[in-house]
Design a protein around this ligand. Sequence first.
Ligand code: SF4
Length: 399
Amino acid sequence: MGSLTVPQQLKLRMLAQGMTITDRARSWLTEATNGRRLSSADYASTSGLILKLDDDVWVNAPVADHNSNFVADDGAVLDLRDGAPSVRFGSLESPAAYALQPAFHSKGATSPALDVVVTHGDRARLSPLQSCSMTCTFCNIPYDMPISAYRLEPIEHCLEALRVALEDPIQPAWHILISGGTPKPKDIGNHQELYLRVLKTFPEVPVDIMMVPIPGILDLPALGAAGLNELSINLEVYDRRCQQAVARQKYNRGRDSYLDFIESAAEQLGPGRVRSMLLVGLEPTESTLEGVEAIARRGGVPVLSPFRPDPVTPLARMRPPSYEELLDVLTRSEEIVAKHGTLLGPTCPPCSHNTLSFAGGKDGHVRYIHEHPAMLETGVSHHASGLTAASTADEPARS
Ligand code: SF4
């Protein structure tokens, strides 16, 4: 890619070093959101504030509230300029619109969605399983919800929770990701049924699935026929020694089993519909780039996720990748995927908030696949999408 724009540079700075919030910006946000939580803070990579900078650059900015393990005073700063939120780092500066949290996330809200669905930007993530049958040391799930807490949520409860998220009065979700932990073999049938029930219940809503391809859980012909939008089969890391250290059960399954599944799924579902995520910063850069190459060669869409150490995990004392490392991986990955005629994922701009990508199409233009999320902003001037402009704290930007 060419040189980064100022908002793009700011995104990488924030992913590497986090962001502090000035007192006046925090007061403004607290007042404008009626004291609602500023972040869902439910997962290692979604612990920050979701902001949209100029040029439609989306970022999940880590803050000390949830990542005091690495966010320090030398990162970016969220402040007010002429009454509007703005982010700066040194001489770099951009207006910053804040993506509102949905009403059902609020403390005190009594909602069936609270324990199984979280909305990030414009996407509701359903986690039908409490805990996970695997233990990856970068992931908070097995530490926040140990295997002793393993529990499947009833399918009816999951469907009702999704309804709540899709109809939220502040931030209605526009698409769905079914994700969360990996079930035990005895619960594969439950997940198969859940996937099809969600697809059947919400036929007008794009539904993605992110899952470890354990045998039998992903019936591709059935899912394709039911209207599955995209699949995410995450490699996490490519280096075998690193994988053994941080994701032992995934290591035991073998890297080729993932790549074979990605290739088969891409053939069955079609181009651009099978993603695979790689963490940036846990393994040597060259290994990540080999992973990008392998995924793209098999017909998958690589998604780069900057490693964000979660305080509850054994990796809490590690640092996220530096700005220079992120820039290097991004630049070289874009060259690799271009050779294969694809792009780094995801294609949804709000969903790029925690990825090392800018969601521009092959022509470089950002396109909103869904309606624009409800933002809290004053003064963000550039809307490449041409969609909804500023909205107030309690008015969804749904047209
Ligand atoms: S399999 Fe997924 S949910 Fe389970 S511990 Fe690993 S990354 Fe977390």
